[in-house]
Design a binder for this molecule. Structure first.
Ligand SMILES: [Zn+2]
Length: 227
C-alpha cells in the first residue's frame, strides 16, 4: 500500500463522503479504498451515528438554541404587550381628561362666585357675577324649569382643569346679564330666578313686586345703550 496515497485519501475522505470532490479524486479514492481497510473503516465511521457524548453535546447545543429562540420570542411578546398596555393607558388617560374637563358639566354655586342683582331705571334687572379667587374656570349659562319657576344658573366642568385658554368673555372673569324682556317659557313658569336651590335669587314673579336694590351709576352706565 502506498503511504502517500493513503495520506492523501485520508485528507480527501470527508470531501468524498460529502460528494464534493472532483471525478478524478473520486476515482482515486475508490481505487484506494479497494485495497485499504483503514480508509474503508474511516469512511464507514463518517456514516455511523455519533458517539453518546458527542450526541449529548449536540442535544445540549440544540436545547440552548431552542431556549434562546424561545427567549427572543418571549422578549418580543413582552415588548409588544408592554407597548399595547402603554397605548391603552394613554388612551384611557386622554379620554378621562377629556371627560372630566368637558363633560360632565355641573352647576356652580355661591362657593364659586359672588352675584350682584339690581333694578335698572328702565325696569330691567341687571345681574353681575364675579368668580371668587381660585374659582375662575370656563363656564356657561344654562337654565332649567323647576317647580318654583325658571332658573338661570352658571355651570362648569366637573373638574377645574384648564387644558385650553379659552379666549372669550365666558372665561376667567365673571359676567353679567340684563333681564328686560322675559321669554315666553319663563313667563309660563310664573317666576324667574338666578341660581339653583338655596342660592336662588328671585328676579321676577308674576303679580308680585320683587324688591331689588337700585342700580348704581356705574351699573346704569354699564347697561346704557351705546351712542
Ligand atoms: Zn488507506
Amino acid at each position: 500500500m502506498d503511504q502517500l496515497d493513503h495520506d492523501i485519501v485520508q485528507d480527501l475522505l470527508p470531501l468524498y463522503h460529502d460528494g464534493v470532490c472532483s471525478d478524478k479524486s473520486r476515482a482515486a479514492v475508490e481505487e484506494h479504498l479497494q485495497t485499504c481497510e483503514d480508509c474503508r473503516a474511516a469512511l464507514a465511521a463518517m456514516d455511523a451515528p455519533l458517539p453518546e457524548a458527542e450526541r449529548a453535546a449536540a442535544d445540549d447545543a440544540a436545547a440552548v438554541q431552542k431556549i434562546s429562540e424561545e427567549w427572543k420570542k418571549t422578549k418580543w411578546r413582552a415588548r409588544l404587550k408592554g407597548a399595547a398596555i402603554a397605548a391603552a393607558v394613554c388612551a384611557v388617560l386622554v379620554f378621562g381628561i377629556w371627560v372630566l374637563t368637558s363633560e360632565p358639566i355641573i352647576p356652580m354655586d355661591s362657593q364659586d362666585y359672588t352675584v350682584d342683582v339690581y333694578r335698572l331705571e328702565n325696569g330691567g334687572i341687571g345681574v353681575d357675577w364675579a368668580f371668587r379667587e381660585g374659582r375662575e374656570v370656563w363656564y356657561s349659562i344654562s337654565w332649567k324649569i323647576e317647580e318654583d319657576g325658571y332658573h338661570y344658573y352658571l355651570e362648569r366642568p366637573l373638574i377645574r382643569v384648564e387644558l385650553f385658554n379659552f379666549d372669550n368673555k365666558n372665561y376667567n372673569r365673571g359676567g353679567s346679564a340684563m333681564f328686560e324682556s322675559w321669554s315666553d317659557a319663563a313667563m309660563e313658569t310664573g317666576a324667574i330666578y338666578f341660581g339653583l336651590g338655596e342660592d336662588s335669587i328671585l328676579l321676577w314673579k308674576e303679580g308680585e313686586e320683587v324688591d331689588l336694590p337700585a342700580a348704581t351709576a356705574a351699573q346704569e352706565e354699564a347697561w346704557a345703550p351705546a351712542e
